[in-house]
Design a protein around this ligand. Structure first.
Ligand SMILES: [Zn+2]
Length: 288
């Protein structure tokens, strides 16, 4: 997969129906997510699918801010968090107890009693949080059901991910969303027709075809306008400065203890991306 086609979202709109959509393919984002932090296959797949869903929603935000998805569960996944800015900088992390590389099913990974929430956090104004029902075989089913149940307009998601794809991790999919309409009956009929077309989408198409081709293959006969793509990047906000800030917050006495326990050189690991930062005793002592 060429890097120029991966890590992009293509928005599109139907010319004769009040329905819009977006196509996404990510690969480098997933490499960034797992560069310093390795996940078993099933966890990486779920994390990739959640990242796709959150990026699609963040790209739709009308104001500056971010969208986050959080899963709390008592099963194989204890916690999963994905956050994406509307400018499409995304980060994701999972805490889990999976010890093998088996393709554990969605229900086995997060269980029926998991609590899944979506939060829209505008830079200015009130945040909005909704509970996502845990249904079906994956995050796409959950998101589709969420829009079905909530006061928002209907949407349909198709999401695929393959952490073990031959040319590196791949994920992507398509979202369809209805728009406000004066003719809800026609819109409903249009939307259900497009949903049937979307059901024919195959993972390999998302992984290997340019986004525009995926959209025209699915909906070309219906009349669609495809917009210029938006780039998505993985960006963790950790840094040496932040780690030093955390060491400073320990206070002088505890910092000395940490230096002694670690034989004079202290490593701090970012819990999100897994990157390691290493500090000498002098550098830490200079903080106080
Ligand atoms: Zn980090």
């Amino acid at each position: 997969m060429s890097t120029t086609e991966a890590d992009r979202i293509y928005r599109f709109i139907f010319e004769h129906a009040e329905v819009s959509g977006a196509e996404i393919h990510i690969s480098n984002v997933l490499k960034g997510m797992t560069e310093f932090k390795k996940y078993p296959y099933a966890v990486a797949r779920l994390l990739s699918e959640c990242t796709v869903a959150v990026a699609l929603l963040a790209d739709y935000m009308k104001t500056k801010g971010s969208i986050s998805l959080s899963i709390q569960s008592g099963t194989l996944i204890q916690q999963l968090n994905v956050a994406c800015r509307n400018s499409l900088e995304v980060k994701a992390v999972a805490v889990h107890s999976v010890t093998d590389n088996e393709p554990h099913a969605f229900g086995e990974l997060i269980g029926k009693n998991a609590v899944m929430t979506i939060t829209a956090i505008p830079d200015e104004g009130d945040r909005y949080q909704g509970t996502v029902p845990v249904v079906g075989n994956g995050i796409a089913d959950c998101m589709t059901e969420y829009f079905q149940q909530s006061e928002q307009l209907a949407a349909k998601f198709m999401i695929f991910a393959d952490p073990n794809a031959p040319e590196g991790p791949e994920a992507g999919g398509v979202m369809l969303r209805v728009m406000p309409s004066d003719n809800p009956a026609k819109r409903k009929e249009d939307f259900s027709g497009f949903c049937m077309l979307l059901d024919t989408l195959k993972p390999e198409e998302v992984y290997t075809l340019p986004g525009e081709k995926v959209i025209t293959r699915l909906f070309g006969a219906e009349g669609v306008t495809v917009y210029k793509p938006h780039d998505i990047v993985f960006r963790c906000d950790c840094s040496r400065e932040r780690c030093l800030g955390a060491l400073k917050a320990l206070g002088r006495d505890d910092a000395e203890k940490v230096i002694a326990q670690n034989g004079g050189r202290v490593s701090v690991r970012c819990e999100c991306c897994g990157r390691n930062y290493s500090f000498g005793a002098d550098e830490i002592r200079a903080l106080f």
